[in-house]
Design a protein around this ligand. Structure first.
Ligand SMILES: [Zn+2]
Length: 297
C-alpha cells in the first residue's frame, strides 16, 4: 500500500505527541524527508504544541479568550478615559461664585411688567429660586451668578438675560445671594425682612447621598465577608458593592470632602456621569483579574 500524504497527516498528531509506534515513526520520518508539504504541517504543529488536542476547539477557545481579554482591556481604558473627560469638563465648568457687583447684573423692569435680569459677559451661569411671599402679593427671588474657566476660554456658555416673571406675576424683591456667608443683598424691590437679613444656605442633599452610599457599601462589604466561601454569591455581592464604591469615589472627585452645594442637581448629575463609567471600568478590571488568577492557577 502506498503511503499517501493523507495517511501521514492522520499520523502527525500522534507523532507530535510521541504516542506512535517505532515503525509508524519511521514511516512518517521517511515521508517527511521527501515531502515538503507534510513537513510544513508538522512544523506548524510544533509551533502550536499546546493546542495539539487533535481537534481545533482549544485553539478557538484560546482565540475567543484572547479576544475577550482585548475587549475587556479596551472597555476598561475607554470607560476610564470617559470618567476623566467628564471630570475635566466638570472642573472647567465649575461655578466660581463671586460677590455682588453692579457691573455684573442689573434688574430692569420692562414696559409690559416683565422683570428682566441682564448680565454682563463675565456671567456664564446663574441660579434662581423663587417663592411666593405670604405677606406681600408677589414673588421673592433669590439668585446668584458665576463665572467659569470654560467661560473664560471658550466664552460660549455666556448668558445675556433672563425674565424673572415669565407669567407676568408680581415680583416683590430680588436678592442676590453670595456663597461666602454674607447675607443676601437686595438688588430690586423692597426688603421683606429689613430687621434681620436673609442668608441663602447651600444644600446638604449630597451629604445625605454620600452617607447613604457609605452605609450601603458597608452593608455590602459585610455580606461579601459573610459569603466569602461561596464563590458565586461573593462575586455577585462584590459587583453590587462596586456600585456605592464607584459613587463614593465619583463624589470625592467632584466635591472633595465638602458635600454642601448651591447647585446640588448639577453636582449630582456630574457625580452620576462619573459613577457609571467608573463602575464599568471596575467590572472590567474585576473580570480581568479573575481571568488572570484562573490562568495562574
Ligand atoms: Zn506528504
Amino acid at each position: 500500500m502506498k503511503v499517501t500524504c493523507e495517511v501521514i497527516r492522520d499520523l502527525l498528531p500522534l507523532y507530535q505527541e510521541n504516542m506512535i509506534s517505532d515503525d509508524s515513526k519511521a514511516l512518517v520520518d521517511d515521508h517527511i524527508a521527501g515531502c515538503d508539504a507534510c513537513k510544513k504541517v508538522l512544523d506548524y504543529m510544533k509551533t502550536e504544541t499546546v493546542l495539539m488536542d487533535t481537534n481545533v476547539t482549544p485553539l478557538l477557545k484560546i482565540k475567543t479568550k484572547l479576544r475577550r481579554k482585548k475587549v475587556i482591556t479596551v472597555l476598561f481604558s475607554v470607560m476610564l478615559s470617559l470618567a476623566v473627560a467628564v471630570l475635566f469638563v466638570a472642573y472647567l465648568t465649575a461655578p466660581e461664585y463671586t460677590s455682588y457687583r453692579d457691573s455684573k447684573i442689573s434688574i430692569t423692569e420692562v414696559d409690559n411688567g416683565m422683570v428682566v435680569a441682564v448680565f454682563s459677559d463675565q456671567v456664564s451661569g446663574y441660579d434662581i429660586s423663587k417663592y411666593q411671599s405670604d405677606e406681600y402679593d408677589g414673588y421673592v427671588v433669590h439668585m446668584t451668578t458665576w463665572d467659569s474657566v470654560w467661560n473664560r476660554i471658550f466664552g460660549r456658555s455666556r448668558v445675556n438675560s433672563v425674565v424673572l416673571n415669565p407669567d407676568g406675576e408680581a415680583v416683590t424683591a430680588v436678592y442676590y445671594y453670595q456663597t461666602d456667608s454674607q447675607v443676601d443683598r437686595l438688588i430690586y424691590g423692597f426688603d421683606i425682612n429689613p430687621s434681620g437679613g436673609i442668608l441663602t444656605l447651600p444644600r446638604l442633599v449630597l451629604s445625605y447621598y454620600f452617607l447613604l452610599a457609605l452605609g450601603f457599601a458597608g452593608f455590602c462589604a459585610l455580606l461579601v465577608f459573610i459569603f466569602r466561601k461561596n464563590e458565586i454569591a461573593r462575586n455577585l455581592l462584590t459587583k453590587v458593592l462596586l456600585v456605592p464604591i464607584s459613587y463614593l469615589l465619583a463624589h470625592l472627585l467632584i466635591k472633595g470632602f465638602d458635600s454642601t452645594s448651591y447647585l446640588a442637581l448639577r453636582d449630582f448629575l456630574a457625580i452620576l456621569l462619573i459613577t457609571i463609567p467608573l463602575y464599568i471600568a471596575f467590572l472590567a478590571a474585576m473580570t480581568y483579574i479573575k481571568e488572570y488568577k484562573k490562568k495562574k492557577a
